[in-house]
Design a binder for this molecule. Structure first.
Ligand code: ADP
Ligand code: MG
Length: 268
């Protein structure tokens, strides 16, 4: 039974989709079977995994409103062992449709229950809001991974999200836990960044990933090539950081050196 991780933050542009695509690719390279579920109508995880939204006939939207089975929406991607339930812009309307439907916060959960045995990891990319669609992600998940940037007022958004997680936990999903808080686009040279990390650690002791994802241009270029960073530039700092995050989630030592060399000079 695969582990379901919701990648959530109601703020946009904090690295949710980048984290989903990169972690999925890394886990896939390690032989894990991964399903990404794109629940953001912007579809950045979908494009980031090289799937063109124009040709899609079945998406997360159809699954949420009960028009399709999740099995009919799952696509293979070019990344080894990584499958995807894609998003299309129609998903923006799901909010309104869901209000009318029964079990409106547990529809994704119901769908994932029918396929989670086929995967080792199921990564849900949530939209940048605390909407019904995000609630569907949190209700379905075993854990929440929160990417965030170390900026002014970052704590405020985080508290709001933590409150939503508490609510979901008490009402719908008592076993929900934090996978961890991930600092992205991190610049250790900035005093402010260090202060924000210290503050978050104080409020969420033991929940901040040791791995920080640096700001890295290769990570921002990769989506326009429809490739995860590991296929685009596996020697980059961004790839290295996401590899370390992968190790951290898998409970492995945080060393990258040997495998990076292996990446650069693959064995025959
Ligand atoms: P979200 O899904 O939270 O809205 P994205 O993952 O789409 O955030 O990231 C927002 C933008 O920042 C994208 O253009 C992405 O390519 C870029 N980006 C994400 N992480 C990094 C990083 N560590 N370094 C540089 N650019 C990044
Ligand atoms: Mg996104």
């Amino acid at each position: 039974m695969g582990k379901i991780i919701a990648v959530a933050n109601q703020k946009g542009g904090v690295g949710k989709s980048t984290t989903v695509v990169s972690l999925a690719a890394y886990f896939g390279m390690r032989g894990k079977r991964v399903l990404c579920i794109d629940t953001d109508s912007q579809g950045n995880t979908t494009t980031g995994l090289g799937i063109s939204k124009r040709e899609l006939t079945c998406s997360t939207y159809d699954v949420l409103i009960g028009r399709a089975r999740i099995q009919d929406a799952i696509l293979e991607t070019e990344s080894e062992n990584v499958s995807l339930v894609p998003a299309v812009s129609a998903l923006a309307g799901a909010e309104i449709d869901l209000v009318e439907l029964e079990n409106r916060v547990s529809r994704l959960k119901a769908a994932l229950m029918t396929c989670r045995d086929d995967y080792d990891f199921l990564l849900i990319d949530c939209p940048p809001s605390l909407s019904l669609v995000t609630l569907n992600g949190l209700v379905a998940a075993d854990t929440v991974l929160i990417p965030m940037t170390a900026e002014f007022l970052a704590m405020e958004g985080l508290s709001q999200l933590a409150e939503t997680i508490r609510l979901v936990k008490s009402r719908y999903n008592p076993n929900l836990t934090l996978e961890g808080i991930l600092f992205t686009m991190y610049d250790a040279r900035l005093n402010l960044a260090e202060q924000v990390v210290a503050e978050v650690k104080q409020y969420f002791p033991g929940e901040v990933f040791q791995t920080k994802i640096p700001r890295n241009v290769r990570l921002s270029e990769a989506p326009s090539h429809g490739k995860p960073v590991f296929s685009y530039d596996r020697g980059s700092k961004g790839a290295e950081a996401y590899e370390l995050l992968g190790h951290e989630i898998l409970g492995e030592p945080l060393v990258v050196e040997k495998r990076t060399r292996h990446f650069l000079f693959p064995r025959k």
